[in-house]
Design a protein around this ligand. Structure first.
Ligand SMILES: Cc1cc2nc3c(=O)[nH]c(=O)nc-3n(C[C@H](O)[C@H](O)[C@H](O)COP(=O)(O)OP(=O)(O)OC[C@H]3O[C@@H](n4cnc5c(N)ncnc54)[C@H](O)[C@@H]3O)c2cc1C
Length: 473
């Protein structure tokens, strides 16, 4: 049966696009190198008809499929399991921009388009495609949609879900649904687009999407501000909302230890205020404006003046030009890599109402330090969206691998129980994948879980799309 399926896949796609031998690590290992599976084959269709044929062939043979984009996901959702029976369906060859509709402010793109290519294509056409995250050079729009990725511009433009007007889908039965008409209003029954967004490859395969475009901002201003506490960062966020309105496009917070790791492993990046003992947190603040540069700068500087007067900012650097702004963003975006350089660590991607974040951090820091002496807390993220990467690094002198083996489950339980107590979510951005299935079962309401299971059963009764991810069979 296995050989027959592979022969059939070769007949559909051409032999060069059905990979079974050689080094398949790029498809079988996750980005964090925490897990490695074994694929029966990696298939690389070129168009939606081929995707549909592949799905039909796999369904008939009883082989399950794992859709994959750039394989940058952080929840172990896009690689095969260890059984050697799953087919990885890579969307990378489906990378055409189908068109830009300037009057409708939309761009229709195939799922395998790299996010950065979409940003650049939009800019060349005189528009902004605002989705932005540190993996943008290799993640795909299909993966962004399948995980409902957030990133650094959510405070103004929303998550990937908010940027999408429609999807083209291949169902678990190998049928094609084209919903890419780009309508801003369509109330004809259940919203299938929203159902598929964030479903992590378990309900259908996204092959194309109609995405929103925005006017390019006339001015963009970026500041790096030192704040005396997380409470002050929250006060600054309130001021920024009030004084910048819709101009506020980015509000990131970074704890001292997170920045010290960038300073240690990437000293060439010159992290502002990193040596100042009196600065426990920094904020990266961005204002994008449709008004002139002078006007925008005056408004931005007025905000910083108010913040200095209120004592919520003690020092600040304002980027003089776009290149300086990129350097500041580069420091922020280097935190995950600096953390990886420092060694294995436990990542948490949580969200809590912004107003409750300082209390959560204070209480949970104390709890972890009490329970696991020497533990190091790497705290940074999209404070404007109430989303923190509340990560835990092994004690400095310890064996990080042993720390993860012995403590990860306990650390996760302590953090996620605290998140629940504060009314938050244990997965703000990265999704569930395989990594957090048991956490979903623990923290999601049984009623919600029941509805999710009914949807999965209805759309994929044979459980061939990414089984074991998000929901257990
Ligand atoms: C350095 C770094 C920074 C990151 N920063 C952020 C951030 O700021 N915000 C954030 O939200 N996330 C962030 N992420 C994680 C983020 O989810 C991914 O980078 C991205 O959205 C995944 O896209 P991908 O193409 O790599 O998907 P993959 O990793 O290939 O897949 C992810 C999931 O989507 C499914 N999938 C992929 N393509 C399709 C498709 N076409 N149809 C159906 N299912 C599909 C897969 O089966 C898998 O379950 C970051 C990751 C890295 C490595």
């Amino acid at each position: 049966m296995t050989t027959a399926l592979i022969d059939q896949l070769r007949a559909i796609l051409g032999a060069p696009h059905v990979l079974t031998d050689g080094d398949l690590a790029a498809y079988e290992q996750d980005w964090r190198k925490r897990a490695r599976g074994k694929a029966l084959a990696v298939v690389r269709p070129a168009n939606v008809q081929q995707v549909a044929e592949v799905v039909k062939a796999c369904a008939a043979a009883g082989s399950s499929l794992v859709p994959q984009g750039g394989n940058t996901g952080l929840a172990v959702g896009g690689i095969p399991d260890a059984s050697g029976t799953q087919v990885v369906l890579s969307l990378q060859r489906m990378n055409a921009i189908r068109g830009i509709d300037e009057a409708n402010l939309t761009m229709t793109v195939e799922a395998g388009c790299i996010l950065q290519t979409l940003q650049e294509t939009a800019e060349k056409a005189g528009f902004l495609f605002p989705l932005s995250l540190a993996a943008e050079g290799s993640c795909t729009i299909g993966g962004n949609l399948a995980t409902n990725a957030g990133g650094t511009q959510v405070v103004r433009y929303g998550n990937t879900r908010d940027l999408c007007l429609g999807l083209e889908i291949v169902t678990a039965q190998g049928e094609i649904w084209d919903g890419t008409s780009g309508l801003r209003k369509d109330n004809t029954g259940y919203d299938l687009r929203d159902l598929l967004i964030g479903s992590e490859g378990t309900l259908g395969i996204i092959t194309a999407a109609s995405m929103k475009l925005y006017p390019l901002p006339a001015a963009q201003l970026t500041a790096w501000a030192a704040v005396p506490s997380l409470d002050h960062a929250v006060t600054l966020l309130g001021l920024a909302h009030k004084q910048l309105g819709a101009g506020l496009t980015g509000f990131e917070v970074m704890g001292k230890f997170a920045l010290s790791l960038v300073d240690k492993h990437m000293p060439q990046l010159r992290v502002p205020f990193v040596d100042d003992e009196a600065v426990p947190y920094c904020v990266l603040l961005e204002n994008s404006d449709s008004e002139s540069e002078d006007h925008a700068r005056a408004r931005f500087e007025a905000l910083l003046e108010t913040a200095f007067e209120d004592g919520c900012v003690t020092d600040a650097v304002v980027a003089e030009n776009l290149s300086q702004a990129h350097q500041l963003w580069h420091i922020r975006e280097s935190i995950p890599l600096a953390q990886a350089e420092e060694g294995l660590n436990i990542k948490h991607d949580i969200s809590i109402a912004v107003s409750r974040i300082p209390a959560f951090v204070q209480e949970t820091d104390a709890l972890l330090q009490r329970e696991i002496p020497g533990v190091r807390l790497v705290n940074f993220g999209h404070l404007g969206d109430g989303n923190l990467h509340y990560n835990v690094q092994a004690p400095a002198e310890g064996d990080a691998r042993a720390f993860l083996r012995d403590e990860e489950e306990r650390v996760n339980t302590l953090v996620y129980d605290a998140v629940e107590k504060f009314g938050g979510s244990f997965s703000a951005e990265h999704g569930i994948g395989e990594l957090k299935v048991h956490k979903l079962e623990k923290h999601k309401s049984p009623v919600a879980l029941g509805m999710m299971r009914a949807i999965k059963l209805g759309l994929d009764p044979k459980n061939i799309l990414n089984p074991g991810r998000v929901l257990r069979a």
